[in-house]
Design a protein around this ligand. Structure first.
Ligand code: BGC
Length: 743
């Protein structure tokens, strides 16, 4: 080997080794101290570390006596208390652990910080539509700053569950249907939460959930079963969790579902073989709320004791709220059904995270009255919330450029159940904050925006979800008297989120009746859709000129919507879930496998419906702008990709419209001939490109062999030589294409 090559090789190995080292050391650098501590712990103190519960109520200790939380903390029977906040309360509890328990091991205080703590950001499905990784990292950092100022040191987030079924209510908590994009977003969120140093008191630990494949629950019914090929699991569902671990994620939460018959809480293949042995994960695994106890309901455990045995032996460390491990592992050890080494390993995983968070050295690190006072609800956090809300909206239709509206409109009618509403924009999982009253409703946002010459006429029209139609005539009158009508429709909070699966994705109640009555007035109408999932929009798309998907946008909702409606922000968001024409099309996703009978006119093409197109109404990656972007043809730096090489795919994008704007340029790849069927296309890159009016930019993507790999049926992760198509464009269904070959 030549001198120069040898040097480069050593240098590369050194870089790789030090990167790996850096990731690992956050969690394992205190291992010796942890081993010494475990050596002096009683069996009860050990199971105590594996017990995380809600604050409040009594619990049973391993001796079967009822005790309260204070007593349990002093006996060392609690490892963490979840979903509480406030420095005074948490300091009092921490003192009990540190000063009154025998070993003084501090408590962990985890919470569900999903899209903000005090300042509420857009729901995750909304902020995913920004595709803006930097912005997402930034809001995650702010979530961490605020939460840690309130004493919280770990969050049960991000949710990396790939979701192809909008009937599932939890689609709002994730980044949508695509593996590549969800992985990138998950990684950005973890980096934002954890920063470079977990023991920095303004960062907290992340807990990626729900491991694994929770988004694939059959028929979109929450908590249902998952039955799928191992190949699909690895190819589509696992990479987004893996992305979190690669970003250093400190912990993971298992899913409620089973996979091919084995619930995640007792799934050795998932928790030991894949997570620990293949991926080398060193943080802790926590059950979901009572998921360990639920092994009895699944019918794989005969009672709570058996559930505890299965879970800990499978590699689950912390039992959230079912107390199976706390109550039963001591006797299971005596009976030889759980080995002491297994218990010790679980405790070690938990203590690693406690050390990494810095609380073993300073239990009061996150309990700082000054920070609690000064570091929450800052104006710059609200500014970040507004900016992310602007980027999260997706312009679905804009016939004849009805939008943006003029700020001097004479009479503007604002109609619908979500106009004068500062509750819905908060979105699910935003509990606990103390600033809800300052969430900006659409009505206030628009009032803040329009000129003094504009008269706003507000009419509710109907409630979000009941059968009363008596307010509709009044709303029609309001519309008739206005120049433009803006209608805010959608889904109320209690229809979306955990345990809120739906079989109908219609806009509920009398809202469509209201819209149809308004449409009859012949006035120009803009529809704003408040929802946490794709809804069925065919009628709206056929009849209404302008539609904006506004999701649930958090604190600055009304201001950000007004920014878009009146053109102070040119919408740039793109859908991360396909919007179907009907529930019958579900699951529908852009990267489906090729079939033997693709579309052919007048032929029995495969996956053909008699009563519906095969394609969705709005495809993955779709979203309009007030301006227009024109794409050149793709240029490839080479038509052949060498296994160790790279090729560049280059395209020019020009802003040919009347506004400055940001375009999300998307790159997809298709493997033309595979040893197994391959998807029609898969996202493998994207760039956010800001273009001034008239400006053109060259966008360059690099493709290498990693972008071409997939799991075959032997579960080997491989790239196969042969032909590939590369597509670049503005959405998954509007692209230019070129071809290359892998050598
Ligand atoms: C949810 C989790 C959540 C946990 C704790 C469960 O019901 O599935 O996502 O983190 O509760 O609040």
């Amino acid at each position: 080997m030549e001198m120069k090559t040898t040097f480069i090789l050593f240098f590369a190995i050194f870089i790789l080794a030090s990167c790996h080292q850096k990731q690992a050391t956050q969690l394992n650098k205190h291992d010796e101290k942890i081993d010494s501590l475990i050596a002096v712990m009683t069996i009860y103190e050990k199971v105590g570390q594996l017990n995380v519960i809600n604050f409040g109520g009594n619990l049973i200790n391993p001796q079967g006596e009822e005790i309260d939380i204070d007593a349990a903390i002093q006996e060392g029977l609690i490892g963490g208390l979840q979903n509480i906040r406030g420095v005074d309360l948490l300091t009092k509890l921490q003192k009990l652990a540190v000063e009154k328990s025998r070993l003084g091991i501090p408590l962990m205080f985890p919470a569900d910080i999903i899209h903000g703590t005090e300042v509420i950001f857009p729901i995750p499905l909304a902020f995913a539509s920004s595709w803006d990784l930097k912005g997402i990292e930034e809001i995650s950092k702010i979530s961490a700053k605020e939460a840690t100022a309130l004493g919280i040191n770990l969050t049960y987030s991000p949710m990396a569950d790939i979701a192809r079924d909008p009937r599932w209510g939890r689609v709002m908590e994730g980044a949508g249907e695509d593996t590549y994009l969800t992985s990138a977003i998950t990684s950005a969120v973890v980096k934002g939460y954890q920063g470079n140093d977990l023991s920095d008191p303004s960062t907290f630990g992340a807990c990626v959930k729900h491991f694994a494949a929770y988004g694939a629950v059959e028929a979109g019914r929450d908590y249902n079963i998952v039955d799928m090929s191992w190949r699909r699991l690895r190819d589509v569902y696992l990479p987004s969790y893996k992305a979190a671990f690669d970003a250093g994620c400190a912990s993971t939460m298992v899913s409620f579902n089973d996979i091919n018959g084995v619930p995640s809480s007792s799934n050795t293949y998932l928790l030991r073989d894949i997570l620990r042995n293949e991926w080398g994960f060193e943080g802790f695994v926590i059950g979901d709320y009572t998921s360990v106890g639920e092994l009895v309901n699944h019918g794989v455990a005969k009672d709570l004791k058996h559930a505890g045995e299965l879970a800990i032996n499978a590699g689950l460390d912390i039992d959230m709220a079912s107390m199976a491990i706390l109550k039963h592992v001591p006797e299971l050890i005596e009976e030889g059904k759980v080995m002491m080494e297994t218990l010790d390993a679980a405790v070690k995983n938990v203590l690693r995270v406690k050390y990494a968070l810095g609380i073993m050295d300073n239990p009061y690190l996150y309990l700082d009255k000054k920070r609690e006072k000064e570091e929450v609800f800052k104006p710059e956090y609200l500014q970040a919330a507004r900016s992310m809300a602007q980027k999260s909206m997706v312009l679905l239709k804009n016939k004849n450029q009805l939008l943006p509206l003029n700020k001097n409109i004479k009479k503007l009618a604002l109609i619908g159940p979500f106009v004068d509403d500062n509750n819905t924009p908060m979105g699910g999982w935003a509990f606990g904050g103390s600033h809800y009253e300052s969430i900006v409703s659409l009505l206030d946002g628009i009032k803040n925006k329009v000129s003094d010459n504009t008269k706003i006429i507000y009419a509710k029209g109907c409630d979000a979800n009941n059968e009363e139609a008596d307010q509709i005539p009044q709303a029609v009158q309001a519309a008739k008297s206005a120049n433009i009508v803006v209608v805010a429709l959608g889904e109320p909070l209690d229809m979306i989120g955990e345990a809120r699966s739906r079989t109908s994705l219609n806009i509920p109640g009398k809202q469509m009746e209201l819209l149809k009555a308004l449409h009859k007035t012949g006035k120009p109408i803009v529809v704003l859709l408040f929802s946490g999932r794709p809804l069925l929009l065919d009628w709206i798309d056929e009849n209404i000129p302008s539609i904006v998907q506004v999701w649930h946008l958090g604190h600055e909702s009304g201001n950000a919507i007004a920014d878009v409606v009146f053109g102070d922000y040119n919408p740039s968001g793109k859908l991360t879930m396909s919007f179907p024409h009907s529930v019958g099309q579900i699951p529908i996703y852009y990267n489906s496998f090729r079939t033997g009978r693709p579309y052919q006119e007048n032929y029995r093409w495969s996956t053909h419906y008699m009563d519906s197109p095969n394609t969705p109404l709005y495809a993955f990656g779709y979203g309009l702008s007030y301006t227009k972007f024109e794409y050149s043809n793709i240029e490839l730096s080479d038509s052949v990709l060498n296994k160790k090489g790279k090729i560049k795919a280059i395209i020019k994008v020009k802003n040919t419209g009347e506004y400055d704007g940001t375009e999300i340029v998307q790159l997809y790849i298709q493997d033309l001939v595979g040893s197994i069927t391959r998807p029609v296309k898969e996202l493998k890159g994207f760039e956010l490109v800001e273009l001034k009016k008239g400006e053109e930019k060259e966008v360059r993507f690099t493709i290498d062999i990693e972008d071409l790999k997939f799991y075959n049926n032997e579960l080997d992760f491989i790239a196969e030589p042969g032909g590939f198509k590369v597509f670049i464009g503005t959405s998954s269904d509007n692209v230019k294409e070129a071809k290359f070959a892998l050598d």
